[in-house]
Design a protein around this ligand. Sequence first.
Ligand code: FES
Ligand code: MG
Length: 575
Amino acid sequence: MTKTPDQLRSARWFEPDDFRSFGHRSRMNQMGYAAEDYRGRPVIAIVNTWSDLNQCHAHFKQRVEDVKRGILQAGGFPVELPAISLSESKVKPTTMLYRNFLAMETEELIRSHPVDGAVLMGGCDKTTPGLLLGATSAGVPAIFVPAGPMLRGNWHGKVLGSGSDAFKYWDERRAGTISDKDWSEMEVGIARSYGVCMTMGTASTMTALADVIGMSLPGASSIPAADANHIRMCAAAGRRIVDMVWEDLTPARIQTEAAFRNAISVAMAMGCSTNAVIHIIAMARRAGHPIGLEDFDAASRKVPVIANIRPSGDRYLMEDFYYAGGLLGLLTRLTPHLDLDQINASGKTWAESLEGAAVYDDDVIRPLDRPIYAEGALALLKGNLAPNGCVMKPSAADPRLLRHAGPALVFDDYPALKANIDRDDLDVTPDTVLVLRNAGPLGGPGMPEWGMLPIPKKLVRQGVRDMVRISDARMSGTSYGACILHVSPESHIGGPLALVRTGDVISIDVPARSISLDVPEDELARRRAALPPPPPRYERGYGWMFSRHIGQADAGCDFDFLRTDFGAPVTEPVI
Ligand code: FES
Ligand code: MG
């Protein structure tokens, strides 16, 4: 123990014999809390991202009681502070518009209240980075409780994966190979329980990376939401955060640069979501580490994909991953690529935390010498079309498209894409490179997950299921295909994507990590000079603030004023 009760942050509110503290204590009495309940005890904020419209966090209404039970058992005092929920499937135009909103809310909730530590309850895509960004800046001890993946989907005895199978069978429906009845039966079979998407989408990627960075109880991220082990994990996290407060085990002590490098290696081995690049860069930089796209590129050349989880893998889902040994099993395979001296929320090093961990199914978690893809999950491409880089997931693309040149077919924005992509007279072949612009952080706005552009219906009917697609959008982690994303700088602010015209040849060479628009520089300069100024996306409200402060994808899309190096540190509130 390094802290004594009088050193608790909450003591500043509750202990002084002065007028303000009288008010704080009398208002605790008003809620029925006696002095014995909370004085001299760590007060733990439970930042709960539950909502009635967040399917992935539906169990958090019960799980928060398990977290509270653990906190009470360990001698802490739990207080639930709800935060914006960010349901990936419902919040429009995109949850990415609100990741930083949740980060701000989390930081300010913690800072402004009399709390000594925080339990962060999240999991659905942006909730994980949002909560962690906020907790990092708030700086009090914090532990992340992941929502856990939902059960496998089921339809006619076939396993269905979140997102991935919806996309896949939607194409089959467009091609006329499955019936309307099949489609509506899938609707009731694909999402069978609470919990996050159970493919290796953004949610399962980010909860696993939060775990590797050290912000959860080790291995917590792999436990299925509906498994009783999940309930016990919640109570254990509640018990643990109380000790973390006494030990003063803050995010700064856990989130080292090496911890983030471990996360990047694990991301590559898991077949991670492309969204991981944006979130990990933002999180690392908030924690004060100069992580960038080049760190992902370096890892992608060294660490093979060994988690055989869809969409990079061909069969398995997160439930299978758990039974095969889960994240801890995966880490035992990756030890040559990890720094195991780093600690996690348990207070132990990873070397200690992996004692007894094992892999129970070599087909789900492959040995390093039998990977499902010989390089890492992601490739970072650069060239005159993306001077600050762009991202793709070659492990989930048709290998014949990894070296490709073809004529562009340009859509100026998402409505234009939607209105035209299924036209029978669309001038398109399997070699065409589909381009979508005005879908980036400012142009989208919010960088929506539009990057897996639909294959034109005309080609779907001919049996085409993959082609090269380029945009400044993101794509769902459950998506797949030769989709090149996060082109930076984005088109809305005049990035080179704005200069492409239908018919221009675009070449990509993934092994060489290059992407180029094969148009002479003087012609590009002429086009650049003729670009009209971008129309504003928002003229009031949160969107207005977002537009003025959002960073580009290669820098993690943080707000400039939230960056740790922006201005003097925020001090503790005056009480
Ligand atoms: Fe919540 Fe996919 S919709 S994780
Ligand atoms: Mg998603």
